[in-house]
Design a protein around this ligand. Sequence first.
Ligand code: PRP
Length: 186
Amino acid sequence: MLEASMKLHTDIERILIDAETIQRRIDELATQVDADYADVDELLLVGILKGAFIFMADLTRRLHVPHVVDFMALSTYGPGVEASGAVRIVMDLRQSIAGRHVLIVEDIVDTGLTLDYLYHTLESRRMASLRSCALLSKADQRKVEVHINYLGFEIPDVWVVGYGLDYADRHRTLPYIGVLRAEVYR
Ligand code: PRP
């Protein structure tokens, strides 16, 4: 395995999901998406920045269904220093999504607030359909129940980084999902 020959970054306690397992799961997710959208003319994948950029890149290159990509950036923080739980759009889509089949692509669903906000916000844009695909979910952290149509892995409530996920904007490019050492964020 690739990671076996690599020295773990000193901030990482252990690997939760290795690169090979992630890639195998994405193959399966892409197969499901292809099957479900087989009769659709075109699918619009909407990646939620920044975390989803690597998952999005791997997923989109495995899909056979005709599709295009776009991105949104959201923030779960209010204008103050404290986390308010409020979600706001930092960067919106560049195109109208009326009448289109939209698949939201997320790296992780944690409290569910971001995905719930997206469902409600996009609802008024009169899409043909709206579904979600997330690589990771932390069900223990949910503040609001949200449905995830395509889910890679359910994970425990630990601080994970890698494969798009960060700590203070670092570690996004690790090829695996790793558990951050508690000393790093304490
Ligand atoms: C993360 C992740 C999701 C959101 C999920 O983004 O990418 O968008 O949090 O959390 P929730 O379910 O509690 O709403 P983050 O705000 O860390 O920004 P980033 O993707 O730019 O790192």
